[in-house]
Design a protein around this ligand. Structure first.
Ligand code: F0G
Length: 459
C-alpha cells in the first residue's frame, strides 16, 4: 500500500560530525548552579542538544567552507565585498550594502542615522537588540502587531502582521513627521517565529507611502517568512522562495540583516538600503563602529561564506526541510499535550510557560524556571523569552509581556530527527512533574539586555 504522506528529508548528507559530551544528572545540577540558573551562562561543553538559538549555530555547506578559502583579506575593496553586494542586489533587490559584524551592528547604524530624539518607531512586536538601539538613539518604540500575536493559542496564520489601525492611531497622535520608519520584522521572533503576509505588507506600503513614512525590514529570517507565504497565502503556491523574498523587499526601503540565521553563517550581517542619502550617512558611520565600509567588521572570508549562504537560504528544498524539522518537533510536543505557541513558527518551538507552570506567578520567572528544568532533565539548552527578556522601561518598571515562553530554537542543518524525538520526550518528562516545580528569584541584574547575564536562585 502507498503511504499517504509526502515526507520531507534533508537535501544534503553529513560529511563531518562533532562529538557531544554526555552528562549525568549530578553534573547538570552543578553546572546549572554555577550558571546562576541562566542557560546563557552554561558552558556549551555541558550541553547535549543546544537549542539556545538558531543564531550563528548553523552548519555551513562544503561550498561555504570552500568559499572561506577564497577570502580576499584586503583592508579595502575586497572582492568578497563585491560578491556580497551583487548577491544582496540579486536576491533582495536592494541597491546599497553596508556590511556589519552582525545584525545589531546594522541596527545601531540605522537607528543613529534615521531616528532623532523624540521620534516614534512603530514595530511588529519588539526584538531585544532592535528596540534597545531605537531607544538609545532617542526613539520611542510602539508595538503595532495584530492582537492575535499576543495570544499563544490563536491559530491566525499571519500573527506577524501589522495592525494598520494601530499605525493610524500613532500617526493621528504624533504626526507622520515624527515617524522616521516602521520597523517590520519577517518573521517575528518573539511572537514565535510568526510570518507577515504579503497582503499586509502591500497594504502597509500603500498607507505609508501616502504619509511619507518609510518601511525598514528586520530581514533576519526573511526566507522563512517567504516559505510561510508560499504555503499559506493565496496566489503564492507556485512561486519560488527566491521570488517571494524579492517581492517582500520590493515593498520596503531597506533592511537590517543578521546573517547568522537565514544565511547559514556563524558571523555576519548588513544594512541594505535604497536611498542614496541614508546610505551615504550609514556608510560614513560604519567606519566609526564596525570597520571600513567594504568590510564592516568582517573578514573577506566571512563575507564570501555569507554570500554563498544567502543563495542557499532561498532554495525551496532547503526551506522545506528546515521548517519541516521544526514542525516535526512541534507535532511531537503537541502529541504529549505540551502547551506550545501555535501556529508552529519558522525557527523553533515556543513552549507556553504560563500554561505549563500556571502556579508560578510572572514575578517568579516561570519561563526562566522552565528553561532551567529542561536543562536538568537531559542537558537540552533552551532560552527564556518572557519577563526577563522583556527587561525594564526607561522609568525602571518591568515590562510585563503577555507571552511568557521558552524557546526551543532549531539550528539549521545541525540536528537529526532522532534528536527531535529526544527533545520532545525530555520535555514531556518535565511536564509530567510540573506541579513540583518552584520559581526563581533574581539575585543579579545587569543594566542592559539583562537576560544574557542575570543570575537566579531557586525559591
Ligand atoms: N533581529 C532579530 C529578529 C533577531 O532574532 C536577532 C538576533 C537580531 C535582530 C540581532 O542580530 O544577533 O546578529 O546581532 N537574534 C538572536 C536570537 C540573538 O537568538 O534570536 P544579531
Amino acid at each position: 500500500m502507498l503511504p499517504n504522506k509526502n515526507s520531507w528529508a534533508e537535501p544534503y548528507k553529513i560529511k563531518m560530525v562533532e562529538l557531544l559530551k554526555m552528562t549525568t544528572a549530578e553534573q547538570r545540577k552543578k553546572a546549572l548552579e554555577d550558571a546562576g540558573y541562566n542557560t546563557f551562562l552554561l558552558k556549551s561543553e555541558d550541553v547535549y542538544i543546544d537549542l539556545l538559538t538558531d543564531s550563528g549555530t548553523s552548519a555551513m555547506s562544503d561550498e561555504q567552507w570552500s568559499g572561506m578559502m577564497l577570502g580576499d583579506e584586503a583592508y579595502a575593496g575586497s572582492k568578497n565585498y563585491y560578491n556580497l553586494e551583487k548577491t544582496v542586489q540579486d536576491i533582495y533587490g536592494y541597491k546599497y550594502l553596508v556590511p556589519t559584524h552582525q545584525g545589531r551592528g546594522a541596527e545601531n547604524i540605522l537607528s543613529q542615522v534615521m531616528i532623532k530624539p523624540g521620534d516614534i518607531v512603530p514595530g511588529n512586536m519588539y526584538f531585544t537588540t532592535t528596540r534597545l538601539h531605537q531607544e538609545l538613539a532617542g526613539g520611542d518604540f510602539h508595538d503595532v502587531i495584530v492582537d492575535e500575536a499576543h495570544d499563544s493559542a490563536s491559530a491566525y496564520p499571519f500573527k506577524g502582521n501589522i495592525d494598520l489601525n494601530k499605525v493610524e492611531k500613532l500617526v493621528q497622535e504624533y504626526g507622520a513627521a515624527r515617524i522616521p520608519y516602521i520597523c517590520v520584522a519577517v518573521t517575528v521572533n518573539l511572537a514565535g517565529g510568526q510570518p507577515v503576509s504579503m497582503a499586509n505588507l502591500k497594504e502597509l506600503r500603500a498607507y505609508t507611502q501616502e504619509k511619507g513614512i518609510k518601511i525598514m525590514l528586520d530581514m533576519t529570517r526573511i526566507a522563512e517568512n517567504a516559505y510561510f507565504i508560499q504555503q499559506k497565502e493565496e496566489g503564492y503556491r507556485l512561486k519560488t522562495i527566491a521570488e517571494i523574498v524579492n517581492e517582500i523587499c520590493s515593498y520596503t526601503d531597506g533592511g537590517t540583516f543578521s546573517g547568522k540565521k537565514d544565511a547559514l553563517v556563524n558571523i555576519g550581517g548588513f544594512l541594505a538600503l535604497n536611498d542614496w542619502d541614508v546610505f551615504e550617512e550609514a556608510r560614513n558611520m560604519v567606519v566609526v563602529y564596525e570597520g571600513l565600509h567594504t568590510y564592516g567588521g568582517l573578514a573577506g572570508r566571512d563575507m564570501e561564506a555569507m554570500a554563498i549562504g544567502i543563495r542557499e537560504s532561498v532554495q525551496d528544498a532547503h526551506m522545506k526541510a528546515r521548517i519541516g524539522q521544526v514542525l516535526y518537533l512541534g507535532e511531537q510536543m503537541e502529541a504529549f499535550g505540551i502547551p506550545i505557541v501555535k501556529p508552529i513558527g519558522g525557527h523553533g518551538i515556543f513552549v507556553d510557560a504560563k500554561q505549563f507552570l500556571p502556579h508560578i506567578p510572572q514575578d517568579d520567572f516561570p519561563a526562566q524556571t522552565l528553561a532551567a528544568e529542561i536543562y536538568l532533565d537531559a542537558g537540552i539548552r533552551t532560552m527564556e523569552r518572557g519577563i526577563v527578556s522583556a527587561g525594564r522601561k526607561a522609568n525602571g518598571e518591568n515590562y510585563y509581556p503577555n507571552l511568557e515562553l521558552v524557546r526551543f530554537t532549531i539550528p539549521r542543518r545541525v540536528y537529526t530527527q532522532a534528536h527531535m524525538d529526544v527533545i520532545a520526550e525530555s520535555t514531556a518528562r518535565v511536564y509530567e512533574r510540573r506541579k513540583e516545580i518552584k520559581g526563581l528569584k533574581m539575585v543579579y541584574e545587569p543594566k542592559y539586555l539583562r537576560f544574557f547575564q542575570a543570575r537566579f536562585q531557586p525559591l
